[in-house]
Design a protein. Sequence first.
Length: 146
Amino acid sequence: MLNLVKIAGQMGGMSEQMLKDSKHTSAKLLQAQALFAKLIVNQEQRSLQREQWHSALAFTCAAPVEPLTNSTQHDPFSQPHTVIATDGSQIAPSRHEVAYCYLINIGRVALHYGCGSYPLLDSIPEVYYQSEDLYIARQWNIPTEE
């Protein structure tokens, strides 16, 4: 049974941390809004910079295909609907690690609107460690000798 008396002293600290985190998040949101406002004014210049430097970036970033000031109004959905998304990531093998293996993680999201169903928020991680797995990884362009 949970002893509420023993954890009551920790609740104050948790409350303080949540308040601190909330203030920090609000400050980051204000900073993001200010950066977005600057980007709107200089969108064409930033697009040229992105084209010039995209090969030097450590990651691929999206490029807007229309002005950032564009917005579209949609009528509210009159019927239940579902929005789904997925994303993946990988950790390539390294001979410096304890085990020579790689990991592929697939994240899944399904949000159901207007029907009362619970959302699906999960991931499917898979570790590959057998020699035939590592051979197949090369065919998928997963580097096995980082």
